[in-house]
Ligand binder design. Structure first.
Ligand SMILES: [Zn+2]
Length: 440
């Protein structure tokens, strides 16, 4: 048995909801079914049958609507996710009860639950919910903790962080239960480098007042639709370098490049430039063999970027371009030839080697990665071979119908043995309060 010994360090509070929880939520307040219905219609081209969906004789249908079991079908996953969204209202009483329910049935000796509240929540509402979750955990008295997921876009994360620190000073429950900040949801368009100043600030605050230190958790390298495999691997490395304590998924860092053989990926222009600059500076050549080739291609791409920005400025109002987020960058084709595959493998090995030098922990979620990212061979094998620190998480056990126990069993069936014991030991050492220096 693994679950009674391993610490759960990568899971989401609302991803833990069971079918009974969903039934309870739906009875508590009228579900916002239009959310689920719209997604369902877009995905399957028909309406879901929600009549008495929580009745005993419709258990199978309820499961079909709320549990995601396919592979590589993101719209289907979104449907199951939106089922949970539809029955939730995220009011303070609800999050308090959800925290209590989830904590009460926790099998692991310690678990850290992430929670994302979208940018639609004003700061006072955001804080009220944080406080309620922490009080719910406090009420149960188990080792259940909160890692608050902050918003990736714009400057909201800074404001949320400052407000959280203030709340910690006011509330004992929050000071005790809030142990980390996290970044999740959509990665594309939000380079880790944009978080540099926030990460520095957290590090400074952690040193100045270890008693309220917060760990930095960061989902990265999980989804990279707008970029190459090598750029996504670089993002994992950059996140580690910027001072994140634990990295979620990191698939691109260890996914076998052979899985991309013969395919062509699109990479947006600024990412291609960033990747070529990184390759030239680090000497880890993936795209070319000689520095002069990098210089030539980079000046060509820089010119392309300048003319694109000029075009954008010509059509937009001068005031609008200030701080504007560009969503329609031109893309370049990246071909996964034998030569590129060979070089990427070496590139990933070099990055893993560098990450190993830092005190960073990788969180792997086998079921989630197999079903959402559709990896054929899980990168965990390369992580382990490279000597990286790895822990296991169930991510959204409710939506995937899994448990941490099952996640360990999957890895055992996949050929891992003594490594699993090391991961359990690693999970004890990698709790947020250790990584942030709060326990020091
Ligand atoms: Zn996650």
């Amino acid at each position: 048995m693994y679950q009674e010994r391993a610490f759960e360090l990568h899971t989401h509070l609302y991803g833990c909801l069971s079918q009974d929880d969903l039934r309870w939520l739906a009875h508590r307040r009228e579900p916002r079914w239009h959310i689920f219905r719209n997604t369902f219609r877009e995905t399957y081209g028909m309406d879901p049958n929600l009549d008495d969906i929580f009745a005993e004789d419709r258990r199978q249908d309820l499961r079909q609507y709320s549990v995601y079991e396919s592979v590589g079908n993101f719209p289907e996953f979104q449907c199951c996710f939106d089922f949970v969204i539809s029955v939730s209202h995220v009011d303070p009483e609800e999050v308090y009860e959800v925290a209590r329910r989830v904590s009460r049935r926790q099998k692991e000796p310690w678990a850290e639950y992430r929670m994302l509240l979208g940018p639609q929540w004003a700061l006072p509402d955001f804080l009220e919910r944080v406080r309620s979750i922490c009080e719910g955990f406090e009420q149960e008295g188990r080792d259940s903790y909160l890692a608050m997921s902050l918003w990736r876009g714009g400057h909201l994360a800074e404001d949320q962080y400052v407000a959280l620190k203030k709340l910690m000073a006011e509330s004992n429950a929050v000071r005790h239960r809030l142990v980390a900040i996290d970044f999740c949801a959509r990665e594309e368009g939000f380079p880790p480098s944009e978080k540099a100043s926030l990460f520095e600030r957290v590090d400074r605050d952690n040193r100045a007042d270890p008693g309220s230190a917060l760990a930095i958790l960061y989902h990265v390298g999980e989804s990279f639709q707008d970029k190459s495999l090598e750029s996504a691997a670089r993002w994992v490395y950059e996140s580690a370098q910027l001072g994140a304590h634990r990295l979620g998924h990191c698939i691109a860092l260890g996914q076998h490049p052979e899985e991309f053989r013969g395919t062509v990926r699109k990479e947006i222009l600024p990412e291609r430039i960033a990747q070529l600059e990184f390759e030239r500076q680090s000497g880890f050549y993936v795209s070319f063999s000689r520095e002069s080739e990098y210089d030539e291609e980079l000046s060509r791409l820089e010119a392309k970027r300048r003319s694109f920005l000029q075009e954008v400025a010509a059509v937009a109002d001068a005031n609008e371009t200030e701080g504007m987020v560009i969503t329609n960058w031109p893309s370049l084709d990246i071909e996964y030839t034998e030569d590129r595959i060979r070089r990427i493998r070496i590139f990933q090995d070099e990055l893993m080697n560098r990450i190993k030098q830092r005190n960073v922990v990788l969180e792997v979620c086998p079921t989630s990665n197999a079903r959402i990212a559709a990896v054929q061979t899980h990168p965990v094998h390369r992580f382990v071979q490279s000597g990286l620190r790895v822990v296991v998480g169930a991510d959204d056990p409710g939506i995937f119908d899994t448990t941490l126990e099952k996640e360990f069993q999957i890895l055992a069936e996949d050929g891992l043995g003594s490594e699993l014991e090391q991961m359990i030991e690693q999970s004890r050492r990698s709790v947020s309060t250790n990584m942030s220096g709060r326990n020091a």
